[in-house]
Design a protein around this ligand. Structure first.
Ligand code: HGY
Ligand code: MN
Ligand code: MN
Length: 429
């Protein structure tokens, strides 16, 4: 284009780059949402399908209705706030993320993408901008996978990856069923899950990076080209409870020792697969978890990731083989179950270009980046052209109550989201 701002893929001129979101309103909304399901150290504990989740959903819905949106709700509680376009038959541009948090979560993981989407709608209303395509802001149920595994659960059903009945039967640590908890909080809708996948012209997810790269590089925007792949393996080791004092060392069948050795194995396999590989054990249940009983059973989850599919599968195979040998050496029973997986993701180049062009046109420093964390966008990418926008977070810290961003970073992300969405939604006035 004449003034140097890039044309959008369909040739129409991008909207004036002085269109900006309202950083104070977005920040106030983030802080208001953060009051729901507070943590104990300044962050959030708004786990999926809890009363706090229900309260957060209700607040989001009130805000969307006040902004003139019509609300959709599907059979797994995925929420959709729709702003009409001038062409009611046109496929819509979707944006959004998740409002559920980790038990020691931050105020911005997921929430920035949902409320950043709402800020886009509020800004368009303020400025009287009409688009040909409708715009829909989504809140996907149970992205975190912490209370009910796996992660990105409801977006996985939406994208046809998981079976809804299997998801509804998943249980939490107290044995409560996902489906029962969804009904208990009263957020199950009538819409068939995934029915609106055909309505998505493009999907954009704004998210904090949850890693250190953007802050270290001094960039406000990450143009996410890919997402690394993931395996979650649930391991059950079966030994024999016995007295920690009177059982001779050579008579012990110690599931806790097996878990410790396999935890070390996961770290070693990830370090041997450098660069671009990670691995840890973040969840474990020790039975009977008594100070003076040798653990008879340990159930724990291995989380391994890499952007390289062959490397990721190689890590999995090595862990399965060597964990089985560790168990045999200790006389333990072992069961390894796949409970979560997705291959490395390549986002839609056209949508990625819309993100990069928006950052460029708005004058925000930006670099291409691979997402270390999983996101709903990783599944939606299977059913619609999808891309992600990332902003930095302080010290790259996330999944920690001390997670922090700046108002400027939030605004940069929301501004780029606004312009990427407009490039796809086609401004009419
Ligand atoms: O596990 C993940 O990457 C995401 O935070 N649920
Ligand atoms: Mn997230
Ligand atoms: Mn998260």
């Amino acid at each position: 284009m004449a003034d140097g701002t890039p044309d959008t893929p369909d040739g129409s001129a991008p909207p004036a780059t002085n269109l900006r979101t309202d950083p104070d309103r977005l920040w106030d909304s983030l802080m208001e949402m953060a009051k729901i399901g507070p943590g104990v150290a300044g962050g959030n504990n708004r786990q999926t399908l809890t009363d706090a989740d229900a309260d957060g959903r209700a607040l989001f819905q009130r805000w969307c209705e006040a902004a003139g949106c019509t609300m959709g709700l599907d059979g797994l509680g995925n929420m959709f706030a729709r702003r009409d376009g001038t062409d009611p038959d046109a496929k819509a541009v979707y944006l959004g993320s998740h409002l559920d948090t980790q038990p020691t979560g931050g105020k911005y993981d997921g929430v920035l993408g949902v409320l950043g989407g709402l800020e886009v709608l509020r800004t368009l209303d303020d400025l009287g901008v009409r688009t040909r395509r409708p715009i829909v802001v989504a809140n996907f149920t149970n992205e975190e996978g912490t209370r009910f595994a796996p992660a990105m659960m409801a977006s996985g059903v939406f994208a046809g990856v998981h079976d809804q009945a299997w998801v509804e039967d998943r249980t939490d640590a107290q044995g409560l069923r996902f489906g029962d908890e969804l009904d208990r909080i009263g957020w199950r809708g009538d819409e068939p899950v995934g029915a609106r996948a055909d309505d998505i012209h493009a999907f954009f997810e704004l998210h904090i990076e949850q890693g250190p790269i953007l802050e270290v590089e001094g960039k406000d925007i990450g143009v996410v080209t890919h997402g690394q792949g993931l395996w979650w393996l649930e391991v059950t080791l079966t030994g024999k409870e016995s007295h920690t004092g009177s059982t001779p060392m050579d008579m012990r069948v110690n599931a806790g020792l097996g878990m410790a050795r396999i935890t070390e194995l996961v770290h070693t396999v990830a370090m041997d697969a450098q660069p671009a590989a990670v691995g840890a054990v973040g969840h474990c249940d020790v039975h009977p978890n008594s100070r003076n009983v040798i653990p008879g059973r340990c159930v724990f989850t291995i989380d391994i990731r890499s952007p390289d599919r062959a490397k990721l599968d190689g890590m999995k195979a090595r862990i399965e083989a060597e964990a089985t040998k560790i168990a045999a050496d200790l006389g333990l029973g072992i069961e390894i179950q796949d409970v979560g997986h997705f291959d490395p993701v390549t986002f839609d180049p056209d949508c990625v270009a819309a993100v990069r062009d928006a950052a460029q046109a708005l004058g925000y420093g930006h670099i291409d980046i691979v997402s270390g964390a999983g996101h709903d966008a990783c599944w939606i990418n299977r059913v619609a052209p999808t891309a992600m926008i990332m902003c930095p977070c302080v010290d790259g810290l996330s999944h920690n109550e001390a997670e922090e961003i700046t108002k400027d970073w939030a605004q940069a992300g929301a501004d780029v989201l606004l312009h990427a969405v407009l490039a796809k939604a086609e401004v009419v006035t």
